[in-house]
Design a protein around this ligand. Structure first.
Ligand SMILES: O=C(O)CCC(=O)C(=O)O
Ligand SMILES: [Fe+2]
Length: 528
């Protein structure tokens, strides 16, 4: 197949994967039917022969003298047993299963790769971190946070899907391979607990075993300085695998270390989360994501208000839009019911085939990045009549010119589970940014439409301005990115919080400086 990696960066891929698995279920059903028939046939032969032995050959009557008995016995030994023992049916059934599987894998562009699995595991760990989810409850299929010693429900799924020891092993291994022992310890701990609970029962689908989990967990504890725990886990491992020389060597090393550097009874090393690129704003970011939209600011600041807004434009006179001013510096407003349900759905549909892994500016180029996990598509006005209508509506509301090249095409974004966009600016912060390729200046404003709701998570957080906006289906968020003197407004630093549960779609219209001269006067005053 041509696709090297599909990256499960949008929920669309999850939907495609469901249909892939349905085909595999059908294949397996056929395989099980054929294999059951094969075993039935073998059992029939077994019953026939063993009955003969108990009834004919061992009876008091001398049936050996019967030439038919002699003939059938000789025939069985000369031919029937050979045919049975060397039957190809088992291989044929396996072969049919395998080639069916390979066909599905070949034909489906969205068959998940190792990279997708690793990306999904990282997504789970991201949700764990940003929403302070307790791993133990996550493993039981629940979304709970520890708050002052109490477990509180963040989200109650209709059906909870518990994870297996092997599921946890995989997540732990992804962390382990990144030398992220903070996460590997927690996930492998759950894996070992679940594998132990399964009592060594073998499952053909598993990738890891209790031994593998113990091995990785012991080493993770060693790396984080917990040598005595590493030792006891390794001793348990050696019980299962007494000939493992590497493990016995580790045990010797751990014992030596414990003698040379006996741990202090009070020493309790708190594991630290691995560093991230946005460490300085991490606490604020996570707090804003967790407290989505519960800002008391409205009642505290009388200059924030809601009204029916027409911007004196004839097109809005009969249907004023409900405007909610969320912040004055930076100036952020939410326009409720900006788009209708059916318009939002149509835009998703039109964008679907064009969705590609989202990129970010990286020097003069664009590149994919862990800090932006989503898929996006650019829609020209010609892609669907709705897009032109939206452009007109944006102009009516903002008075800004959104015709190309004074604004970019509409960017439609779909996040996957755990999809996010860490704190960033929409405007260019360096003169070599690819954003200047339109030759119409920087991105002066952002008009972002929420094309869907979400079940949990996914707020838009303004880090320095210290507030977050929950996803409000069909609403649009507007803010200025630049001061009137053209300088970037540092207070617009914002983020798309990870989607905890749901299928989040947004559409961005980025409006550039040029073409707006009569609507937004320049000012040398850096305060404006
Ligand atoms: O999805 C969000 O809430 C924010 C998206 C965003 O900031 C962007 O696409 O630039
Ligand atoms: Fe943004």
């Amino acid at each position: 197949s041509l696709t090297l990696s599909v990256m499960f960066t949008s929920l669309l891929n999850v939907r495609q994967a469901i249909s892939i698995e349905r085909q595999l279920i059908d294949l397996l059903e056929t395989y099980i039917e054929h294999e059951s028939e094969r075993l039935e046939d073998i059992k029939r032969f077994y019953a026939k022969v063993s009955d003969l032995h108990s009834e004919v050959y061992s009876g008091p009557s001398a049936s050996m003298a019967n030439p038919l008995v002699a003939f059938t016995l000789i025939k069985r030994l000369q031919s029937e047993w050979v045919n049975l023992v060397y039957s190809n049916e088992a291989q044929e059934n396996t072969q049919a299963l395998r080639s069916g599987y390979e066909e599905v894998e070949e034909e489906e562009g969205y068959f998940p790769k190792l990279e997708d699995l690793q990306g999904a595991a990282k997504g789970l760990m991201r949700l764990q971190d940003v929403y302070s989810l307790q791993v133990g409850s996550l493993v039981r299929g629940q979304f709970k946070r520890i708050n002052n010693g109490n477990l509180i429900d963040i989200y109650s799924p209709i059906i909870s899907i518990p994870l297996s020891g092997d599921d946890c092993f995989l997540v732990g291994k992804v962390a382990y391979e990144q030398e992220d022992y903070y996460h590997s310890v927690q996930w492998l701990e759950e894996s070992v607990r679940l594998f132990r609970g399964a009592g060594g029962e073998w499952s053909p689908e598993n990738e890891g075993t209790l031994e593998d989990a113990l091995d990785h967990l012991a080493f993770s504890h060693f790396k984080t300085g917990n040598v005595s725990y590493a030792l006891s886990l390794s001793q348990e491992l050696l019980n299962y695998d007494p000939m493992n020389r590497r493990v016995s060597k580790n045990i010797e090393m751990y014992e030596r270390l414990l003698v040379e550097y006996p741990p202090l009874p009070s020493a309790h090393t708190e594991l630290k989360r691995p560093k991230t690129t946005y460490l300085r704003t991490r606490n604020t970011y996570e707090r804003l994501c967790q407290t989505q939209g519960t800002q008391p600011r409205h009642y505290e600041n009388p200059r924030l208000f809601c009204d029916y807004f027409t911007n004196d434009s004839p097109g809005l006179l009969l249907q004023p839009i409900r405007r909610e001013v969320l912040s004055l510096q930076p100036y952020v407003v939410l326009y409720h019911r900006f788009i209708s349900d059916s318009e939002a759905k149509s835009i998703q549909d039109v964008a679907q085939t064009g969705l590609r892994r989202s990129v970010v500016a990286s020097g003069e180029k664009q590149a994919t990045a862990e800090y932006r996990i989503s898929k996006s598509a650019w829609l020209k006005e010609t892609a669907h009549p709705i897009i032109g209508r939206l452009d007109q509506r944006i102009t009516m509301l903002t008075g800004l010119n959104v015709q190309p090249p004074y604004a970019e095409y509409l960017q439609v974004v779909n996040y996957g589970i755990g999809g996010h966009y860490e704190p960033h600016f929409d405007h260019a912060t360096s003169a070599s940014s690819p954003l200047f390729r339109l030759n119409t200046g920087n991105r002066v404003a952002t008009f972002m439409i929420y094309l869907s709701s979400v079940d949990a998570g996914g707020s838009t957080a303004f880090i320095h301005a210290n507030f977050s906006v929950p996803v409000v289906e069909n609403a649009a968020l507007f803010w200025w990115n630049l001061h009137k003197n053209g300088q970037g407004d540092g207070d617009t630093l914002h983020a798309g919080c990870p989607v905890l549960v749901g299928d989040k779609w947004v559409a961005n219209k980025w409006i550039h400086e040029y073409g707006q001269e009569f609507q937004r006067r320049c000012s040398p005053n850096p305060e404006e």
